[in-house]
Design a protein around this ligand. Structure first.
Ligand code: BT5
Length: 319
């Protein structure tokens, strides 16, 4: 119901709407309308209220409801189905369930807050209410398993490009899946798939983007940042999501047809930490070396101290 009231105000273009009109349109009592409006105020909606005229929306809240996301979205398949929550444990978990139940390619699950956001390898993702974009989308790819491994890298390129275009700053990619700005992580990508060696049933791409945080909890302060913190822009989440969906969809056809090859140069241009000595931690071992580049398969090439090159498929970089 609250979503419908939001919609009425968004479409009112800052003109007065009477409580009576809303109560008739939605078939609820005037008191119920008033209660919803009080709740909307808590979400950042500001109203002018005048007796006999009703309520007028004063601001443009950065709201990511389904209706707002779908309005003006020009994609063919990505985001045609949107499932929105104001709060959920993890969009990734919900997306897995929906995918098993057969929802179409391009379905998006998005929320304003996650209580159990997931990172890779059982790590957690901090997803504060209203301060970022927390979403997962379902792909039903036609390509083979090895190409699926490159989709995280592909998604990182598309996201870094979108952020660069919108905010004119140097967003870089820390291999394999983090977006960095000024040495801190602003976004993380988690790709999970379901299928067999020769057939992928579905993939879930989970993306977390910190947009509005000014402060972070103690354990993240040194490593995490937000778009607002680094660029001074107050990002509009809707605008960012819509740009990203459009870019992703356009580039995805190319990725499906030609693989990662057309994108790996762009990835290398954005590669964070080139020329720096790192430790690469894998589940069972640790390698030290200098970051050179990634190859067209998406493997990270390190130069070890004896001059030899090491090619790595997975792991976490520590500087
Ligand atoms: C990632 O994991 O970077 C993937 C994050 C994916 C999150 C999205 S949000 C929507 C969807 N639904 C989910 O439940 N998840 C996905 P990883 O590379 O493992 O990084 C996790 C590490 O990043 C943590 O251990 C922290 O050190 C750090 N971290 C946690 N929250 C952060 C935040 N908001 N910003 C920056 N760093 C964060």
């Amino acid at each position: 119901m609250r979503e419908k009231i939001k919609e009425i105000f968004i479409q009112s273009r800052h003109q007065f709407v009477s409580g009576e009109e809303i109560s008739k349109q939605l078939n609820i009592s005037r008191t119920a309308v008033w209660k919803h409006i009080e709740e909307l105020k808590k979400e950042g909606y500001q109203f002018e209220a005048i007796r006999k005229r009703g309520y007028r929306l004063l601001n443009d809240p950065d709201d990511i409801s389904k209706e707002r996301l779908k309005a003006n979205l020009s994609t063919q398949w990505l985001g045609k189905e949107i499932i929105y929550f104001s709060e959920v444990d993890s969009t990734q978990r919900v997306a897995h369930e929906l995918a098993k139940n057969g929802v179409p390619h391009g379905t998006v699950v998005i929320t304003d807050e996650q209580t159990e956001g997931k990172g890779r390898l059982g790590r957690t993702w901090f997803s504060e209410k209203g301060k970022g974009i927390w979403m997962s989308f379902i792909l039903r790819p036609s390509f083979a398993y090895h190409q699926a491994l490159q989709i995280t890298l592909f998604t990182s390129v598309v996201l870094a490009n979108t952020l660069k275009k919108l905010y004119q700053r140097n967003f870089l990619i820390k291999w394999p899946n983090d977006i960095y700005i000024n040495g801190k992580k602003v976004s993380g990508i988690l790709t999970e798939m379901h299928g067999e060696q020769d057939q992928i049933h579905y993939m879930i791409i989970g993306i977390g983007i910190n947009t509005h945080q000014i402060t972070f909890p103690e354990n993240l302060k040194e490593i995490a940042t937000s778009i607002q913190q680094e660029t001074g822009y107050i990002p509009k989440r809707i605008e960012l999501i819509q740009h990203f969906f459009t870019e992703f969809e356009q580039d995805y056809s190319r990725f499906e047809g030609e693989g990662f090859m057309p994108f790996y140069k762009q990835y290398n241009d954005a590669l964070y930490g080139k020329g720096r000595r790192i430790q690469l931690k894998q589940v069972n071992q640790q390698i030290e070396g200098t970051i050179m580049c990634i190859d067209s398969n998406g493997y990270l090439i390190l130069q070890e101290d004896d001059g030899k090159e090491a090619k790595v498929v997975s792991g976490d970089i520590f500087f």
